[in-house]
Design a protein around this ligand. Sequence first.
Ligand code: HPA
Ligand code: ZN
Length: 331
Amino acid sequence: MAIPTAELHVHLEGTLEPELIYQLAERNRVELPWAGIEDLRTRYDFTGLQHFLDLYYANMAVLRTEEDFADLTRAYLARAVRAGVRHTELFLDLQAHTGRGVPAEVVLRGVDDALGASEAEYGVSSGLIITLLRHLPGEAATEALREALEVDVRLLGVGLCSAETGSARPFREAFELAAAHGLHRVAHAGEEGPAANVTEVLDVLGAERVDHGIRALEDDAVVERLAAGRVPLTMCPLSNVRLQVVGSLDAYPLRELTDRGVLVTLNSDDPAYFGGYVDDVYRETAAALGLGTQELAALARNSMEASFVSEVRRAELVAEVDAWEAGLREA
Ligand code: HPA
Ligand code: ZN
């Protein structure tokens, strides 16, 4: 049985599998530039973040209707359930869709409907985090968040992703707006960018969690700050290897961070692109680093501690990890 987890760093659009890309292209009569699914798959060999992002945004062209967004969300949830996901805080790159002329309402309603149904069908709790795009101007981010806030759907938080270039300062206004509406705040930083970017999103955006944050290791003071403040890192080892942020999974600095008191969680990022869902991430990372049952259970409990659920839900989730661990001891 897969270890029960809370998934805290997964981009909905990063779960768009090649098969679904082709199904949606046919349904929406979108011309794709590839010779077929296999040809598309040959392009998943990335030299870095921007190389990946170019294909990731291009593939989104097939997502057009409320039904498309609901189908994508349902497909992710069905796979996530098999991966042991019991709670998910899902990133949505809203601007990547509104920028192509798909109204925010279409996107948000499709995703929200499917998330609501999953609670009843699978018992998976969920929240939606609108990830603002760092390669676009700060004003565009604020505008996108305003549009999202006008739609009658549940929002959990706001995030920041895409190319890690330039300052995060232009996004301060959007993050302040989010806070004023009671939304949680997270941000990608220290993936391709330096440790100073981690400090910046904490100080300027009030980030409660840092997505990736692996390059914090280049500055002891930043690591100490993360540890002292119990600021979680949502780490994505398969992503970091595929985007050449780290050389190999064997060299992944997970224990270095946990030994120094940082609250680390394991996540998939863009599972359709990086070779695995969160169960694969746990299994492959465990195999590469020799993590045992206790260490895996501790990582799963970290995901619950780092999540934005209520205390009651948190206790339920942690009890599921306890039961998983006890079951393995008996076996
Ligand atoms: N980094 C930044 N932006 C992203 C990523 C990532 O790994 N995946 C999807 N958008
Ligand atoms: Zn990410």
